[in-house]
Design a protein around this ligand. Structure first.
Ligand SMILES: Nc1ncnc2c1ncn2[C@@H]1O[C@H](COP(=O)(O)OP(=O)(O)O)[C@@H](O)[C@H]1O
Ligand SMILES: [Mg+2]
Length: 230
């Protein structure tokens, strides 16, 4: 591991809706970064502790397969977010998973977003999703926060896809990498793994690309955005 000081970058994954893939993207980004040799830490601010439970499963896997990259995760209440962010300098990348309806706790949510280098806003590709994430993106823009949408569970073949995509592009920045419906996402998660831990080249490509985008968005030094070893 490099002796250089950690980058101390912080990615927040936050979207008003539940089930849009916040936790799934967090674990896949964490694993991609760990595979690129970065010191990472996940912070789970959701009372459901989805990321913490995934980490516990991953630790069991690592007992049998110690070559599985280590991804430490800490869980805590949303109100305690300042603690792990103070420690962000000990890591190259801290990825923060959040509960749904985070915007309801307006002032904590905005303080947290302002403390991150980038906020990723996962969204589905329906009008309901657009209705929910557009005001959230406006709030982030108003607070001067760097943020972008990422389309998850996307299906280019449905008619509404293009119009939803256009509405998102009008509402804010949109990550050029979209995540299709992938069985690998929930199959890997149940085992404490991420898509890049599996050896499926096609799906690995999607997460390599997402990682490259996210790493630049949070300001990771380009030399550290190595291609993950799938
Ligand atoms: N791209 C995807 N393809 C297939 N299943 C997905 C995808 N993204 C998320 N899921 C599944 O959808 C469910 C909700 O995802 P999750 O990441 O827990 O959402 P959130 O954290 O926003 O509530 C989980 O069961 C997860 O495995
Ligand atoms: Mg979640």
């Amino acid at each position: 591991m490099s002796k250089k000081l950690a980058d101390g970058r912080v990615l927040l994954v936050a979207s008003p809706k539940g089930g849009v893939g916040k936790s799934s993207l967090c674990r896949n980004i964490l694993v991609a970064a760990a595979m690129a040799g970065l010191r990472v830490r996940g912070v789970d601010l959701d009372a459901q502790q989805t990321l913490v439970k995934w980490h516990q499963r991953r630790e069991l896997v690592r007992k049998t397969y110690p070559e599985t990259p280590e991804v430490p995760v800490v869980g805590m209440a949303l109100s305690e977010w300042r603690g792990p962010l103070r420690e962000a300098g000990l890591f190259d990348l801290t990825v923060v998973d959040t509960p749904p309806s985070i915007e309801a706790q307006y002032s904590a949510a905005i303080d947290l977003c302002e403390a991150a280098h980038h906020v990723l806003v996962p969204t589905g590709a329906t009008q309901d999703d657009v209705d929910s994430v557009t005001p959230w993106m406006q709030t982030l823009a108003g607070a001067g926060v760097s943020a972008s949408f990422v389309l998850n569970k996307a299906n280019r073949r449905v008619k509404s896809y293009e119009s939803v995509r256009t509405k998102l592009l009008k509402a804010g920045a949109l990550c050029p990498v979209e995540i299709p419906m992938l069985e690998d996402i929930h199959v890997s998660a149940g085992k404490g793994l991420a898509v890049l831990d599996l050896s499926n080249k096609k799906t690995a490509e999607t997460f390599d690309a997402l990682w490259a985008y996210v790493a630049r968005a949070v300001g990771i030094q380009p030399a550290k955005i190595a291609e993950p070893v799938a």
